[in-house]
Design a protein. Structure first.
Lengths: 236, 236
């Protein structure tokens, strides 16, 4: 059955976060030299991501947005690697690097093509301001921005999927989660959503070891969002 | 100062609700004849709108979405005018007429032009599903859908404006409310937003008496959204 809506994971699936963060760290290091490669710092910053959301998923901490978690995680990484964060403005600019991430080359043409047939929604752990800034930075518009701030929790908490479908007035079976991460798709399928895996074999750099291939029989697997637009035509 | 984001009222400002509701009532009356003109029923249905939101604005009733209020209001109008609502499916189809409203002819080209420079957001009393369906019906996409379901109350409650700006990470002064209704703009200005009035002299039909002209010195006044795109170029 063809879905009515596609819900997209964003970091890694639609945007190349490692390229964008590395680029802005490189600029920062011109004024605040660092002994480590920007890729090392980008990976270390991202590595704090999942554990920083855990207290919110489990209910031990109230909802705070991703700018707040990125700021806290940057402080941790700065201590670990002896980084200078500079003035409050410079630190803020670095945190907002997550609002200026470039799309993978296929993302914008792929989403634009899919929008002719399907509601295309951002279903990210980013908050509304981050999601709208990312889309505008890449010169496209989602049909609707869902995600953490709407559902008040972080994926892969079950409510992150069920409440997003509800907000569209659709049943989970009418919605397809699109992600480059098997764990995201497993959690979406658990709630009754359809699933599509996008291969992003360099999301974590050239020596990536995880999520190189689908680990389950997802409804669709594709090597880009443009390919997903072709593959989805074969459904039903 | 040029705003960063434009927040649009939708019913009346962007879409011609009276035309869409009249069209679908006309279809319904083919199977369930009615002694009244469809325009009379459309106006009566819409006339229940403000009073039905009042218990939610005042906190006496928890948040329910506009489909729920439209259903309750349709029942009231059916009693007043002795309408037959038909089967549950027929009634649902009528309620969903509010998801199938045509834009005024200038709305889509105007919003597309404004999106080159500004975040363009839906800031309607409609819920998320209604807003996304209305945009897709008219073949465009907002940068972001804000509105009642995000802020959990109805305009002109102050929080409906302040929380929408917060969701964009912007101060009210960086946001401009765009509406065909002076009362909406007055409430937005009260919270520190900029304001733009769009003339829609036939929103309520050919003998409209309210909101024909701006009643205050709004930052901008225009006769269409295309004109707004020209007028906003003169700001700064």
């Amino acid at each position: 059955m063809k879905p009515k809506a596609l819900l997209f994971d964003v970091f890694g699936t639609v945007v190349n976060w490692r390229l964008g963060i590395t680029r802005d760290l490189t600029t920062h290091f011109q004024n605040h030299p660092c002994n480590h490669a920007p890729e090392v710092i980008a990976d270390a910053w991202r590595a704090q991501y999942q554990s920083s959301m855990e207290p919110i998923r489990s209910g031990r901490r109230g909802y705070v947005d991703l700018d707040t978690l990125h700021a806290e995680n940057l402080e941790l990484v700065a201590k670990m690697f002896h980084l200078e964060l500079g003035t409050p403005e410079e630190k803020k600019w670095l945190i907002e690097a997550w609002h200026r991430l470039p799309c993978w080359p296929d993302s914008v043409p792929g989403i634009r093509a899919l929008q002719r047939q399907f509601i295309c929604a951002s279903q990210s752990n980013g908050h509304i301001a981050l999601a709208v800034n990312l889309a505008r930075y890449n010169q496209f518009a989602w049909d609707v921005i869902l995600g953490a701030e709407i559902v008040r929790t972080y994926k892969p908490a079950p409510a992150a999927y069920t409440r997003a479908c509800e907000a569209l007035g659709l049943r989970p079976a009418q919605c397809m989660m699109v992600a480059a991460h098997n764990s995201d798709l497993a959690a979406a399928r658990e709630q009754g959503m359809q699933t599509a895996f996008i291969r992003r074999p360099t999301e974590h750099g050239p020596s990536q070891t995880i999520d190189l291939e689908p680990t389950d029989d997802w409804e669709l697997t594709a090597s880009s969002i443009v390919d997903l637009n072709c593959a989805i035509g074969n459904l039903d």
